[in-house]
Ligand binder design. Structure first.
Ligand SMILES: Nc1ncnc2c1ncn2[C@@H]1O[C@H](COP(=O)(O)OP(=O)(O)OP(=O)(O)O)[C@@H](O)[C@H]1O
Ligand SMILES: [Mg+2]
Length: 381
């Protein structure tokens, strides 16, 4: 790994695990001595967010640097909830960092990419993110799309607004997001307001959409997936100031799954261990192997915000916070008090339209070319 401090970025050989520590041999940069480097131990430790120990070796001009993970082995979401509830701003909850829960405001980082090899903890992270968003803003619309069947998200059915389980429904939902985007753009133009009820859509295993779009077997479904990709791109580009947010999770964070245009609009990243150095470069930037070098342990992650990154330990998914907070009750209370106070309630977002009716699907199948985004929610109802 290239340590962030450029003065000690010359690693020789591979990193080795010794107990809890990751140990590597580094060549002393010109002009540095063992003593001068030791003085920088603390600086290095804070740059890495972990404890660091530098020792002299038998090889002249070389030092051994051992890095101890300073993060706890397990962290529970219930311990972090008081901090999350007191957050000043509506924030993504991206695990536990060395200084406590990592809370990242959606206002600054409107869209989030979650990457990591299978079993890293992406689904668990998406569940926690969805639940903690609802804890902070029960009035926000939170929709999860899982094209792998959705059963992982069944425990969240009472918490989130909808769990989308198939491509047809995702297509309709994205069309509605684009319609809302247009309406909000108009409202922002006419009334000068940019305060809209947040609407967050989390899409797990995004590669399903991109691989379907590239599939040559079922042309009709491929067209639908392509339309979804185009609409995702639109929301990523224009939704940021209009309260429309996307979270995209993928096992394969390569250029095929996350095209450059999409990646460029997602400046917040949560990554677990990835399987190749190339994937690490795609998520963190060329030449950065840090995501590849993360230990392949569920919940060990890096949070990257527009270039800099920090280690975090993601919350264990075993805490079901729906039993702690009755989010539904809080949500209806929030809605009642909003309407009593005369505040404008984004009515469209409150009641989600039903899934595509068979008449809609039949109509769409008979007119395959009409899919490119012209259908609105009114056609479904
Ligand atoms: N933060 C965590 N702490 C402890 N265990 C975790 C954590 N996150 C996930 N796990 C465990 O790791 C396993 C895999 O988690 P999860 O399903 O979230 O991974 P994934 O990245 O979504 O995998 P896939 O890509 O195959 O869908 C689960 O058994 C889960 O309980
Ligand atoms: Mg998963």
């Amino acid at each position: 790994m290239a340590l962030r401090n450029p003065q000690v970025s010359f690693r020789l050989g591979r990193l080795k695990r010794r107990g809890r520590a990751l140990v590597g041999l580094y060549r002393l940069p010109p002009g540095e001595s063992f003593a001068s480097l030791q003085e920088k131990e603390r600086e290095l430790a804070s740059a890495l967010g972990e404890q660091v120990q530098i020792t002299q070796t038998a090889w002249p001009g070389c030092v051994e640097i051992a890095r101890f993970p300073a993060l706890p082995r397990t962290v529970s979401l219930s311990d972090a909830l008081p901090v999350i509830r007191k957050a000043n701003e509506f924030s993504w909850c991206l695990g536990e960092g060395v200084q406590g829960p990592v809370l990242v405001p959606l206002r600054e980082y409107p869209h989030l990419l979650v990457a990591g090899a299978t079993g890293g903890g992406k689904t668990n992270a998406l569940k926690v993110i969805a639940e903690t968003l609802k804890v902070q803003r029960p009035d926000a619309t939170v929709v999860i799309a899982d094209l792998k069947g959705g059963y992982d998200y069944k425990p969240l059915l009472d918490t989130v607004d909808e769990v989308i389980r198939d491509l047809d429904r995702l297509h309709v939902w994205m069309q509605q997001l684009v319609t809302t985007l247009t309406e909000r753009e108009q409202e922002a133009w006419e009334r000068g307001t940019t305060h809209f009820t947040p609407c967050v859509t989390l899409i797990d295993e995004f590669a399903t959409v991109t691989s379907t779009a590239n599939s040559k077997v079922d042309k009709e479904t491929a067209e639908m997936a392509k339309a979804i990709l185009a609409m995702v791109n639109t929301i990523l580009q224009k939704g940021r100031s209009l309260g429309l947010h996307l979270v995209i999770a993928t096992q394969r964070p390569d250029a095929e799954t996350i095209p450059g245009t999409l990646r460029a609009n997602m400046d917040a990243l949560l990554t677990f261990h990835v399987t190749t150095q190339v994937q690490s470069g795609v998520v963190l930037g060329p030449g950065h192997n840090e995501a590849f070098e993360l230990p392949p342990i569920p919940g060990r992650a890096l949070v990257s915000l527009g270039g800099s990154w920090n280690r975090c330990r993601y919350f264990d998914g075993s805490v079901d916070i729906t039993s702690i907070f009755n989010i539904r009750r809080r949500r209806s209370w929030a809605l009642r008090s909003a309407s009593r106070s005369g505040a404008s309630v984004d009515a469209w977002m409150m009641k989600l339209p039903p899934g595509p009716s068979s008449a809609f699907l039949a109509r769409r199948n008979s007119r395959p070319t009409s899919r490119g985004g012209s259908c609105t929610s009114r056609m479904v109802n």
